[in-house]
Design a protein around this ligand. Structure first.
Ligand code: CS2
Length: 486
């Protein structure tokens, strides 16, 4: 039997569930990119708003591509379980915030209508780094992308996030409706400004007066989001059925930790975020930078080094003394590049991060994090690498992590297992590296695809690590690195 409004009463009484009247909730939020992360993060916060009695913050979820989330959630009336796991402890909570899921390619008009509804005040986005369709070198919309080109030509059936937003904002303006607060929740530095740039460029191409209206009335607060949310597996769904007595194909699993920092700049109504544990601030950037470089940078290092060495999960990497020490060395190099916000205790943050990585109940796959490396590397590892070089610091651990990413492009683990490199730039990377005969040439070629040119010392370090990785494998290289940098 499947979880739904009708079967909800069968769930054991100890399991938390919506105590508010779902029928009375208004959809104040449209979320673009309703994957597991949204359901475990922002939707959990909106659920808390609803639970507090503020019924304006139901969510209409939008999938920009596939129908799978809609197909999981619609038979369940939008209900799903958030399963918080740590050690032996598992705490399920049934969430009712999501009212509907729309599949954009099937019915783009429904998405525009939802965004242009008078009930909508906030738009949140988790469309992943590549979903902004921005050229990372120039910061411009990728006009050569087929979806961007289609949206630049006409917005009758938008395809991109920026296209949907512009089509809907045009309608809101024409109908005299209130502007929107539009919050990027992706792991990109200055995500608010990036999104604003993409939306304004799209609007400018259609109607400069609309672009001006958007710039003057809508806001694009920067946000930092943090919660580790591994992809759900069939075993997770089977395990949850044992806990709640029902099948829930839309469940998500997450760690207990949740952080959301939002730039305090709203165009109109919003929930009482502060009361919901969300941090409102004038400056998100220092939070974002610390999180991207320490958490996500270490994640990517673990994904490539651990992935090459055969670690399937993050906790397996930090369970070994060498893995743990390597992450500490990486952080030692990165910390001097940060300008941490008041309120962030770096030593405590590092300890907490390590404990979060060690949470074996999450089963967070290294392959999941390895995905889309070309989109992630710049802010996670290359920016701190550049900053370390400028400061004249040591970059050996960061360089090793970057070398592991280059090595990853070969598509084989150290044991010779073949895998597919899951990255929109994979063909370009393979092309660039095909005729690069030496480790040094391969580093130059791979980083060149990202538009990155390391300085001579960094290049030497990355190339030496790559040569060593190619001949000896990740475990041996980490051991040698720790021997030299004890
Ligand atoms: C991870 C992130 O998959 C990845 O790239 O580094 O999803 C990470 O788990 C989150 O940013 C944590 O907040």
């Amino acid at each position: 039997m499947r979880l739904s409004t009708e079967t909800l009463a069968q769930v054991p009484a100890a399991v938390a569930r919506p105590a508010y009247d779902r029928a009375a909730v208004k959809a104040g939020v449209v979320h673009l990119g309703i994957g597991a992360f949204h359901r475990a993060h922002q939707a959990a916060v909106f659920e808390a708003a609803l639970a507090s009695g503020d019924l304006l913050w139901g969510v209409i979820g939008v999938s920009l591509r596939s129908a799978s989330v809609r197909d999981q959630m619609t038979p369940q009336d939008g209900l799903y379980t958030l399963l918080v796991r740590e050690g032996e402890k598992q705490t399920p909570q049934i969430i009712g915030a999501v009212q509907r899921v729309l599949v954009a390619p099937e019915d783009p008009e429904a998405v525009v209508a939802a965004l242009a509804s008078p009930d909508t005040h906030l738009v949140t986005l988790t469309v992943t780094e590549k979903g902004y369709c921005l050229d990372r070198k120039t910061g411009r919309l990728m006009a050569e992308d087929a979806d961007v080109a289609a949206d630049l030509a006409g917005l009758e059936r938008p395809r991109t996030a920026a296209g949907f937003l512009v089509a809907a904002l045009a309608r809101r303006r024409a109908e005299g409706l209130a502007p929107l607060s539009i919050l990027s929740c992706d792991n990109l530095p200055h995500n608010g400004a990036l999104l604003k740039g993409a939306v304004l460029a799209m609007a400018e191409a259609h109607d400069p007066a609309l672009a001006t209206w958007i710039a003057q009335n809508c806001t694009f607060p920067a946000t930092m989001v943090d919660r580790i949310v591994p992809a759900t597996t069939d075993e997770d769904i089977a395990g949850l059925a044992g806990l709640i007595g029902l099948e829930d194909r839309a469940m998500v699993k997450a760690e207990p930790f949740l952080q959301w920092v939002i730039e305090d700049s709203f165009a109109g109504a919003r929930p009482d975020f502060a009361a919901l544990g969300v941090q409102l601030t004038d400056a998100v950037a220092p939070w974002e930078e610390a999180k991207l470089r320490l958490l996500n940078g270490a994640h990517s290092a673990i994904a490539y080094l651990g992935g090459l060495a055969g670690d399937r999960f993050v906790h397996e990497f930090v369970r070994t003394a060498q893995g743990l020490l390597f992450v500490e060395r990486l952080w030692d190099e990165v910390v001097p590049t940060l300008d941490p916000p008041a309120g962030l205790d770096i030593p405590a943050y590092r300890r907490e991060l390590m404990a979060r990585f060690a949470n074996s109940a999450l089963q967070h796959r290294t392959r999941q994090i390895a995905m889309d490396g070309s989109q992630k590397l710049p802010q996670r590892l290359l920016a701190p690498l550049g900053a370390v070089m400028e400061q004249g610091g040591s970059c050996a651990a960061i360089a090793l992590a970057v070398a592991a990413w280059v090595r990853w492009q070969a598509g084989t683990t150290d044991a010779g297992e073949i895998f597919t490199v899951d990255d929109p730039a994979a063909p370009a990377l393979a092309d660039a590296m095909r005729n690069a005969p030496t480790p040094r040439a391969r580093v130059i070629a791979a980083l060149g695809v990202l538009g990155y040119e390391p300085d001579a010392a960094a290049l030497d370090a990355i190339a030496a690590h790559l040569g060593h990785l190619e001949t000896s494998g990740a475990r041996a290289v980490i051991a040698a690195f720790l021997g030299e940098n004890a």
